[in-house]
Design a protein. Sequence first.
Length: 248
Amino acid sequence: MRHFPAEFSDLLSRQGLRLLNGTHPLAGKLAEPRTRFLALDDLLAPARIKGAAALLEHSIGPHLRLMEQPIPPESIWEMQEDYAELLPKTMRQRTLYLDAGRSRGRQAAEEIGLLAMLRSESYQAFAAALAGRPLRRKYGLQAIAYGPGDYAGPHNDHHPEEPLARHGYLDMHIGFVTPNAQSQLLVYAKAGHFTEWVETARNGLLTAYRLPFWHYTTPLIAKPKKPDGARRWILLGTFLFKDQSTKA
């Protein structure tokens, strides 16, 4: 792959096109009260996404910025009571905000057609088909890259201070992996316990989240003796629901 297509639909498999058109069994699935997360790896056509990770590495990889939030020491040493510990969101990853300003990273994303594809009608329509409800036209875009040992600690992505997000919203991740990436798990809560997990180091995996809910991402593991170049890329779209009068 040397350039992303103008329309997201051009990356889709037959099953992906069915979902876009609303005829797939999972169309609208995230509108069901008990469904908050989906992981699907048959919606993108393998032949059409071959080389996507390499293209991202070459084009926007040099423009990523480190996002690091370690565990604060005071989370232990300032405790006053047994078992009263509180863990803020921790992480280590590299990122690029695709909808902010005129950075060199954004220009690189434009040059390879990435930004146009993620702003295409079929991209937003696909997200709406998963959500099962109307989405606002304006949405956020971000590229995230996990290298060996990079992770995201337990968090729920709840934003009670944001009027348009406090009742919930949708995140859609499109994942691409380099050949040396072996494993990275997405662990999420069901019935109040972290019992569910999915392997995310799969090229073309698409995950969709109806937030907020508790989840975390384990450290990326590279293949034995092959840490160089091991990376998992995520193209993240954040969508707000048009109707914010009821909880998601």
